[in-house]
Design a protein around this ligand. Structure first.
Ligand code: CTP
Length: 455
């Protein structure tokens, strides 16, 4: 009783040729091996929604590993198999040479055990595989080995729910089976601007009152938290998690105050700004939002959140150390800015203050300050000053007759500072500065490496 429809034309029209070819290839191999093969899950959902998704998940009724091996051979790739679960990953290089992967799972009827509360029905193995999934919109499949190619398999109303833009579960125990689905529901809802259906919302509330979030392991929670931070609009997800009581279920300290809400939005703007700069130093979104969510919480409270996310102790110490450093420098930054406003300080002084502040903390300070002058200077620091180097190097100093040693570092630092402050903007003026610094240094007797060499 699946609502069948052929979506071969959608596949033809909406997918890039390379993905299309992969789907056809999997279908051909399925036919050859006599194995029904389906593309399933998020890939199909996004195909209906016309959103790009390169993550092909295949499910095979029968021997999934055999199909994966055949696929790998055709794609000149390799297979990593998990015999125990009969799942595998085909790893290969795409047309551009980038590493790509396709998950291939096996659907087997005898594999699943269901709680007694669920009706026992005879299900085909693909139906059973789809029934295990979180939401109806994720429980769609396209059959690839059939003729005509591209039969959509929809046992649970996924097409209707895509059309009605609603997140529904397949059965009442969905959140009990896997409480991360409470977070996933919000993530999909916000990503697609869907609505969590009334039934699903009730079941989420029920899961919260049963304290099921407490059963989630740190790493699973962290992984879901990271997925949220990688969405286009993480604050929207956090607001909704707050509204549904999910944040409070994770920790009572996480409830969103107006200040936290405002900060989360500012952090989103800041990340968007930073990402547009295309620097090859990526900012860790999860960390930035973590700092935002922990606004006004003390060391012990924030530390507890680290534990809840299952993060290692060293990571916690490192990040909380960075936060303490950031807190310590904030007052000094305001003072520096006041002096800068009246032309009584230097860029190099600001750079000195910020040198050991991590990128995420820099973005955090910039997002949370209301001082436009400081904001502008922080943005110049992030985009320009922190990347600046002196225009002279060790080789130049050696040519001046200076033997390698600690003085090198001091001179190069002074050259950089003079450059930042506009006092020595180029190599020539920095060399002049170096010579001047060397004037006071006694000539080398040969041994110490901190003095000029005899010319
Ligand atoms: N799934 C599930 N319950 C979970 C996690 C995953 O039922 N807790 C199922 C869903 O059917 C989902 C599929 O496994 O479609 C693949 O999971 P994942 O890759 O996490 O999700 P996608 O739907 O591909 O989502 P995204 O677009 O975020 O990658």
């Amino acid at each position: 009783n699946s609502k069948e429809r052929n979506i071969g034309k959608l596949i033809q029209d909406r997918l890039p040729a390379e993905i299309r070819d992969l789907l056809h290839l999997a279908g051909q191999l399925g036919r050859k091996l006599g194995l029904p093969v389906y593309a399933v899950g998020g890939f199909v959902r996004d195909l209906l929604l016309d959103r790009p998704n390169q993550d092909i998940d295949l499910v095979v009724e029968g021997n999934g590993i055999a199909l994966a091996k055949a696929l790998a051979e055709e794609l000149r790739g390799r297979v990593r198999e998990h015999q125990k679960f009969l799942t595998s990953v085909v790893i290969f290089h795409d047309a551009k040479g980038a590493e790509s992967r396709i998950d291939v799972a096996t659907a087997r009827l005898e594999y699943y055990e269901y709680p007694a509360a669920l009706p026992t029905v005879e299900l085909s193995s693909i139906k059973m595989d789809l029934f295990r999934r979180d939401f109806t919109i994720n429980a769609l499949a396209v059959r690839l080995d059939s003729t005509p190619f591209g039969q959509l398999v929809d046992f649970f109303g996924g097409q209707r729910d895509v059309k009605e833009r609603v997140i529904r579960v397949l059965h009442t125990l969905s959140f009990v089976e896997d409480p991360t689905r409470c977070l996933r529901a919000v993530r999909f809802e916000q990503r697609y601007k869907f609505r969590i259906g009334a039934g699903a919302e009730k079941l989420i509330k029920n899961a919260l009152s049963l304290k099921l979030m407490d059963r989630l392991s740190g790493p699973r929670l962290f992984s879901e938290y990271q997925h949220i931070c990688d969405e286009a609009d993480p604050p929207a997800c956090f607001f909704r998690l707050d509204e549904l009581g999910i944040l409070r279920a994770i920790s009572p300290h996480l409830a969103l105050t107006p200040n936290r809400r405002d900060l989360l939005c500012r952090l989103r703007e800041m990340l968007t700004w930073y990402r547009l700069l295309y620097f090859d130093e990526p900012a860790q979104a999860w960390l930035l939002y973590f700092l935002g969510l922990n606004l006004n919480l003390n060391y012990a409270e924030t530390s507890a959140h680290f534990h809840r996310l299952g993060l290692p102790e060293v990571k916690k110490t490192e990040i909380l150390g960075q936060r303490e450093q950031m807190r310590a420098v904030r007052g000094k930054l305001e003072t520096w800015q006041r002096q800068d406003d009246v032309g009584r300080t230097k860029v190099s002084v600001l750079c000195d203050l910020l040198r050991s502040i991590s990128l995420e903390c820099l973005l955090y300070i910039m997002a949370s300050t209301d001082n436009p002058g400081l904001q502008k200077n922080l943005s110049r620091y992030i985009t320009q000053w922190r990347r600046e180097k002196a225009d002279i190097c060790g080789a130049d100093l050696r040519r001046l007759g200076l033997a390698p040693g600690p003085l090198y570092g001091r001179i190069l630092k002074a050259a950089l500072e003079a450059k930042l402050d506009g006092e020595a903007p180029n190599a020539q003026s920095q060399l002049r500065l170096a010579r001047k610094m060397l004037e006071g240094v006694p000539e080398s007797g040969g041994k110490s490496c901190d003095r000029p060499m005899r010319k």
